[in-house]
Design a protein. Structure first.
Length: 166
């Protein structure tokens, strides 16, 4: 008979998922920075790479609070989102629409992370893990800020550049 699964088990499973995702994003961001045509986009991707390293470190602290090893579990969702970003890089390379496509891909990543961190904050509240909530909340705020920066960059530059080329 299978053992009863608890909210604690679900929290740990989802923590492993986002840990894998953050580590995978760390590898993808330099490629996106290299592909970006606008300097502001390049710098934004590199800045977020540094922030993402901090996200990984915070997740490692949460694992430590739980007394568990920091280990990821393959996240099919982030694999798919990053594969789509790679397709955009290949398909739109050298075109005025590339940066708009990169921003769109980056926002798909951010929205996934925002959804995950939102959930990961609520569960440790239920489990009485205040320190975990604090660490995860910091990351959620950074992810939301990055999404807002991406929206602004798309609205003020990348989308217009892509549209004018048509």
């Amino acid at each position: 008979m299978a053992s009863e699964k608890t909210l604690n088990d679900l929290f740990l499973k989802t923590l492993k998922d986002i840990y894998y995702a953050e580590k995978r994003i760390l590898r993808a961001l330099p490629k996106m920075a290299c592909a970006a045509q606008a300097e502001e986009g390049k710098q934004g991707f590199l800045h977020h790479r540094d922030e993402t390293q901090g996200h990984v470190e915070r997740l490692e602290q949460v694992f430590e609070l739980l007394g568990k090893p920091a280990r990821g579990k393959t996240c099919e969702a982030i694999q798919g989102i990053i594969a789509e970003a790679d397709e955009i890089i290949e398909e739109f390379k050298g075109t005025p629409a590339l940066d708009a496509g990169l921003i769109s891909s980056a926002q798909a990543v951010e929205h996934y992370e925002i959804a995950r961190y939102g959930t990961l904050i609520e569960w440790p509240k239920q489990l009485g893990l205040k320190d975990a909530v604090t660490l995860l909340q910091q990351t959620l705020e950074e992810e939301r800020a990055t999404d807002q920066k991406l929206t602004k960059l798309a609205e003020t530059a990348a989308n217009a550049k892509a549209r004018k080329a048509a």
